[in-house]
Design a protein around this ligand. Sequence first.
Ligand code: SAM
Length: 259
Amino acid sequence: MRNDGRVSESVDQSRLYPRVTSFRFRRGTLTTGQQRNWDELWPRLGRDLAIGTDRIPEEPLDLPTLFGRTAPAVLEIGSGTGISTAAMATAEPDVDVLAVEVYKPGLAQLLGLVDRGGLTNVRMVRGDAVVVLTELLAPESLTGIRVFFPDPWPKSRHHKRRLIQSGTLELMADRLKPGGVLHIATDHAGYAEWIAEHLATQHRDRPHVVQATAGAPIMLDRPTTKFEGRAEREGREVNEFVYVRPQPSPSRPTESGGA
Ligand SMILES: C[S@@+](CC[C@H](N)C(=O)[O-])C[C@H]1O[C@@H](n2cnc3c(N)ncnc32)[C@H](O)[C@@H]1O
């Protein structure tokens, strides 16, 4: 597809495109209240991305301008109905949250939660999170990335649609600041195995994440969403992955003692 130079050279583009999307379009009608929220709030809080192969590249986001301040920023991929987004943004007012979702009624619900909660630290994008990562966000711009209950695409022939792939992991790692956290949760055993395998086989000489061993710079407590509640009732284990982008290793002194 494109590479206009904005994408960090360290991310292997050939592993991202061509790609199939990790979502399927779902029709969704807004309730009257949601439509009112959409009309009133979306122009201020949300941004629509074009979808399709013939679209023109998106303008990159300037996070301080978007949020009106400079603060640690978290990207939540596939925010669904925004339950976790709103709860975590409420609990962490000093952190800015960018929620990306393709499902319009979910975003409309989140708009309502943001409005009722008086939240000033949430912004939304309607579109493909891979486009957001590739075109809108700069390398080392995020303190966290949350991927809660990504669609598991359980059939083997659909595994290529899973959001977590080597290329997307590398892209996520590239967009994280050193020390930034990638937090993934899934209730699907097969997807958990897949994620663990992909995390374990990252190229260590390319942007990557490693298992977190110390405290994280953002909260890790999630509220129970619809997906987690159902998993609990049905006896499925929720697997959680908390990984961080390592700090660059300090340059070794040369033999003459210089840096
Ligand atoms: C299974 S739901 C989980 C929703 C929410 N995270 C939760 O825990 O309730 C997965 C969501 O991810 C969204 N999604 C999947 N791939 C996406 C992508 N590439 N960009 C944006 N949203 C995506 C889907 O539309 C769906 O709403």
